[in-house]
Design a binder for this molecule. Structure first.
Ligand code: 26W
Length: 794
């Protein structure tokens, strides 16, 4: 960016927008008015680099990256834009001069919660890194009117309410009515002079809404293009005039359902017709827009793979294979084989989960009804793959009247990647073992990463100041520079400053927990944090059972030298996932009993703030001492929260799962609290009949904890009979088998935390060695190994 505006400049720009955009005088302005005025002032500084970036990419005929995702878990935008435009400290000064509280202004912005969890947040981190690396790219998603539901607790149980971030003006988007595409559904396919012609039975308009994504340094911005659904006909006037008002509005209502709400499931495919229509709505609009831009710059379709790289964020946009072939064959007259090769050389697919219930399969009946032409093309792709490879009979896309979207995405992609080293090995050895044998070089690994701008510089100013003072600011765009901290890990002064930075965050959080939840969180206690979606494989149950066992131990020896601990949980359960919801209920019931227990309350407190989201993560992670990454080995594809905690100086207690393996390798096994079965051992244990009961019988602590629940010490025992029954008789995620190891490791954490110098040294080394987990490194890997794209230097 040319020159960083001064506080004076910013104050004038803000007052300009308050008057001219908000139409308010300062004395009448609400926090909302000020927040909009500040946002427009900041946005003005983004549009220049944005327009320049689009122009530079076009003028240089640059290869573009297109990231197709059903989810972008963006969170708030204002704070991140201020950081990336390098507007601090001028913005802080300007707001103070205007008599405004910066945090209050920032907190007034609703989260853009257009995602469920890891996959959606990764997409948002990737967009920020693509801009920070000046890599020409577009993110394509859906402009859901309602993002992930708002969670509240009633009698300790999760209640969902619609989220409506758009019920107020949204300052960051630009509507692009000139970029609108017709999206067809249903109908039938005719053959006209030998070419297939699809006659859709119904259609909607996809309209583009663009949000600039500014990179670090503020001199490049890419577009996040979100599609909103609009009716082809606004109002059925004859019906309206006939007084049938609801029927008259039906076209509008029907169309808008396509972008009305985000599906809140993050591991179980819904199988719902509307979900398939949403996936096609996004994919077709994106591909039509990509081909329009490509053809505007390059006439020859054979150049497509040289100028376009498309990444499919899991199987959700996997219909892209058949859709691109349809557009190339039916609209551009290419023969199948050429269309197939061009599509395969352009498309790439990332797998984010091995959970069988998360792998999308659509019935051939539903696919044939909603997308008749695509069902034909899917069959052509499957037949062609059968005929051009000597694949075993059981391998393929269509079988048992279902279209397997993972296989379709694999077969139609140039590169397929997993999201951590362990996960990619498991992808090769399990879910895609047969296809891996047929296409040995296709699967590559790209271990996930997170953006250090939002997850360190923006959300942890106290640590950021210490880093800047100790090693300069270069780490923000080159995270490997954190390595420079190693030399300071043995310096008591540095360690004290590190502890002071963490303590400042803990005190801030402690005040919030007291005010909002009435929980007394002693800043000298271990802040032990588990924040992520509620799911059995993430084993929040193991964590709360350990809390109950510890509580009992303290009762057995109230004068023991117990390390004070505050357990903090955060996470939503998919509305239909009743078992995860009963774990939420249990955590809240256990908290109610333990927090008010006079014998133990000074040693153990449990806090579960509701409505965990990106903004809450930004508040909790900087204040954490201990990061809970305790999934059953082999189940968490990567994890990204684990990376955020590590670079914020929290130590990890975890299993050898997902990216935990690489975190432990890089920070040093001695600076990581490892426990539990490995992925292979877990698979063997799971196959062992009666493993649950045997493990429980062998663990006194666990048996007591389960007994206390069954006795109704935490709310009504009946609420947990099915949870207890499943744990005793099934325990599919080996909570019982890993319990004692986990309990013992937590006691190790207690002892380690007491040695403040050593703990701080370990924390310093975790930060110093977290450089690898920057999403800049990850994106450079995709650019090198998958997209073959370069950054635009000048
Ligand atoms: C069809 C329903 C559905 C929706 C979302 C199924 C599966 C998903 C996602 C793939 C679930 C998800 O978010 N996976 C997480 O992706 C992260 C980013 O790669 C990983 O770090 C997590 O380990 C993985 O669980």
């Amino acid at each position: 960016m040319t020159h960083a505006p001064s506080a004076q400049d910013l104050r004038e720009k803000i007052l300009y927008h308050l008057t001219h955009t908000q139409g308010r005088g300062p004395e009448f302005a609400t926090v909302f008015d000020w927040r909009l005025a500040v946002s427009f002032a900041v946005r003005d500084l983004m549009v220049g680099p944005w327009v320049d970036a689009i122009r530079a990419a076009r003028d240089q005929g640059a290869k573009r990256v297109y990231y197709l995702s059903m989810e972008f878990l963006i969170g708030r935008i204002l704070g991140d834009a201020i950081i990336n435009l390098r507007l601090e400290p001028a913005m802080g000064e300007a707001l103070t001069q205007l008599g405004l509280d910066e945090q209050e202004i920032l907190d007034n912005e609703p989260d853009a919660a257009l995602g469920n969890g890891g996959l959606g947040r990764l997409a948002a981190c990737f967009m920020e890194s693509l801009s920070s690396l000046r890599c020409p790219a577009f993110g394509y998603g859906i402009r859901y009117e309602h993002g992930l539901f708002r969670q509240s607790f009633e009698n300790g149980q999760q209640v969902e309410r619609p989220e409506d971030w758009l019920n107020q003006p949204h300052p960051w988007e630009f509507v692009r009515i000139d970029y609108s595409y017709r999206i067809g559904f249903k109908g039938h396919v005719e053959t006209v002079d030998g070419r297939a012609v699809w006659q859709p039975g119904e259609s909607v308009i996809a309209r583009a809404y663009d949000t600039p994504v500014i990179g670090w340094g503020g001199d490049w911005a890419n577009s996040l293009r979100l599609w909103g659904a609009h009716p082809t006909t606004l109002l059925d006037l004859p019906r309206f005039n006939a007084g049938d008002y609801t029927a008259a509005a039906e076209p509008e209502a029907l169309a808008r359902t396509l972008s009305r709400v985000l599906y809140p499931d993050d591991t179980t495919e819904s199988g719902k017709e509307l979900r398939l229509k949403q996936e096609y709505f996004l994919t077709s609009a994106a591909l039509q827009d990509i081909l329009r831009r490509f053809l505007a710059e390059h006439g020859d379709l054979d150049l497509l793979p040289q100028k376009v790289a498309i990444q499919l964020n899991d199987t959700h946009p996997a219909i892209a294979g058949p859709e691109l072939i349809r557009l190339l064959m039916d609209d551009h007259g290419l023969p199948f084989a050429r269309a197939r090769d061009l599509a395969r050389a352009t498309l790439n697919y990332t797998n984010h989960t091995l959970l069988p219930e998360a792998l999308e399969r659509w019935s051939t009946w539903l696919m044939g009804r909603i997308l008749p032409r695509h069902m034909q093309i899917i069959q052509m792709i499957d037949d062609d793959h059968r005929d051009t490879t000597n694949r075993p009979a059981h391998v393929g896309i269509v079988h048992n009247d279902q279209v397997h979207m993972g296989e379709l995405a694999f077969i139609m992609s140039g590169k397929v990647n997993g999201v951590s080293a362990l996960h990619t090995d498991l992808v090769r050895d399990t879910v895609f073992a047969d296809l891996h044998k047929l296409h040995p070089g296709r699967i590559v690994n790209q271990t996930n990463g997170v953006t250090p701008r939002r997850w360190l510089r923006m959300s942890n100013p106290s640590l950021t100041r210490l880093l800047d003072d100790t090693i300069g600011t270069g780490w923000t765009s080159d995270l490997d520079q954190l390595k420079g901290l190693e030399a300071h890990a043995d310096d008591a002064g540095f360690r004290d400053s590190l502890r002071a930075a963490k303590r400042a965050n803990k005190i801030w959080l402690s005040n919030g927990l007291l005010a909002d939840l009435g929980v007394k969180a002693d800043p000298d206690a271990i802040f032990d944090v588990q924040i992520k979606r509620m799911h059995e494989y993430k084993r929040q149950l193991l964590n709360i059972l350990e809390a109950i066992a510890l509580w009992q131990r303290i009762h057995d020896d109230p004068n023991g030298n117990w390390a004070p601990r505050v357990k903090i949980f955060g996470g939503k359960a998919a509305p239909g996932y009743w078992l995860a919801k009963s774990v939420i209920h249990l955590i809240n019931d256990v908290a109610a009993t333990i927090n008010s227990d006079p014998v133990t309350s000074k040693f153990l407190q449990i806090a579960y703030p509701s409505n965990y989201n990106v903004s809450m993560a930004e508040d909790l992670i900087p204040a954490a001492d201990l990061s809970e990454q305790i999934s059953t080995a082999g189940k968490e594809a990567s994890g990204t929260g684990n990376m955020k905690f590590t670079m914020n100086g929290a130590l990890t207690i975890g299993t050898l799962d997902g990216a935990n393996v690489e975190i432990r390798e890089l920070v040093g096994p001695e600076n990581f609290f490892l426990f539990g079965l490995t992925a292979d051992e877990a698979a063997a244990e799971k196959a062992r009949h009666g493993h649950a009961r045997a493990a429980i019988e062998a663990s006194e602590d666990l048996k007591v904890a389960l007994q206390l629940i069954a006795e109704g010490r935490f709310g009504r025992a009946e609420s947990y009979y099915s949870l207890l029954d499943r744990t005793w008789n099934d325990d599919p995620f080996l909570v019982a088998s890993d319990f004692d190891a986990y309990f013992a490791t937590q006691r190790k954490v207690d002892r380690a935390f007491a040695d403040t110098a050593d703990w701080d040294r370990m924390a310093a080394l975790n930060i110093a060695r977290s450089g690898f987990f920057s999403s800049d490194r990850t994106i450079r890997g995709y650019m090198r190994d998958i997209w073959d794209t370069q950054a635009i230097t000048a």
